[in-house]
Write a protein that binds this ligand. Sequence first.
Ligand SMILES: Nc1nc2c(ncn2[C@@H]2O[C@H](COP(=O)(O)OP(=O)(O)OP(=O)(O)O)[C@@H](O)[C@H]2O)c(=O)[nH]1
Ligand SMILES: [Mg+2]
Length: 421
Amino acid sequence: MQRALVIHPHFKQAAASARTAAARLEEASGLAEAIQLQVALALIVPLAAPKPATLFGKGKVEELREAIAAQEITLAIVDSSLSPVQQRNLEEAWGCKVIDRTALILEIFGARARTAEGKMQVELAALEYQKSRLVRSWTHLERQRGGFGFLGGPGESQIELDRRLIRDRIAKIKRELEAVVRTRELHRRKRRRVPYPIIALVGYTNAGKSTLFNRLTGASVVSADKLFATLDPTLRAIRLPSGGAAILSDTVGFVSNLPPELIAAFRATLEEVLEADILLHVRDASHQDQSAQKEDVEAVLKTLFRSAHLPEHVMEVMNKIDCLPPEARAHLPPGVLGISALTGENVEALLQQLDRDITSRFYVQATLCLDMAGGEALSWLHRNGRVLSESTEDDTLRVSVTISPENLSRFEKQFGIRVAP
Ligand SMILES: Nc1nc2c(ncn2[C@@H]2O[C@H](COP(=O)(O)OP(=O)(O)OP(=O)(O)O)[C@@H](O)[C@H]2O)c(=O)[nH]1
Ligand SMILES: [Mg+2]
């Protein structure tokens, strides 16, 4: 196991933030542990003025070098962004590999990607990141690899070649991704023909989305006490208490300062979120930074929807209430249900809440008159809608149902019965 140092630079000039430096350090350490790094040392380093060459001042760089040597650390993670120059200088000064927050998140995404699409998206993001590094640090790289200049043909430097290779690879992945996205689009359209509302679980990483997904679907989707256990969206159909169905979609968790390269590359995955009829925002009620996490999630949603406002179809739920003392349970935000995905507490109530929301938004109520021979039509209605009442009058059967508009028109076609609006 690689021994890592995690440093959270605390900028004194930075605007007051909802999170404490200690919480940020803890999150960065959690991210490192998510890819099997052993965090040997974790530090907050206050910074008055970032130095262009090494970020930290001379004395601090030296102090950290000693700690790195003493603790036999082979990787240093700086929880902010590093310029290529800073990264190289720190690597030279410390004699170990140095990465910044974006690179760390890319590593995690890379380790977790399971589907072809997920892997391509991560590689694309990594290449974009690398491309910007190459451009900015080209003098250094050119000097370092000067000997290979001939590979690119006369007069072309290695860096030009690297840049071109990266560009070509990016173009190729983008083409492949487009094909994958088209296939996914087809699947989605097929699914649209099955008129089920889609519920997407969104939320901060580690909030318990996958645990809730498993609880609701009875499926065994990866859930682990690791950040980013889920990278690719997973979809399952669930039954609602009223008998209707919905599709539940588990998605990748959000983090604060999600690198912009990643938002762009993951757009295709997050398109599931854009498509959803209900966004169920799963919050960790037991987390000290829950309000800051809520803001982060909402900021990502606004970015995704390219809107200044939060979409209206977001429903919040407070998870992990089993960790709360009784007095804290009474202080949940008004109108927001508290649940425990782990113990199952209140999960039934959540399903009912979703059911009510779906019924009121996606279903219509209709009263149908069937003749007495309409046994087949009646059982069809029982299967595809929710029958509220049945009564017989003379030779007609009056049936009152809630049903999706799509199913209602299927019914009209199949049984040749026009339903008065
Ligand atoms: N005590 C308690 N722990 C929970 C609850 N729900 C989830 N957890 C734990 O929280 C950790 C994270 O759960 P996940 O379901 O993997 O979280 P996630 O939101 O899917 O995380 P990412 O996929 O990384 O975004 C796991 O250790 C779960 O066992 C809950 O209701 N109560
Ligand atoms: Mg998950």
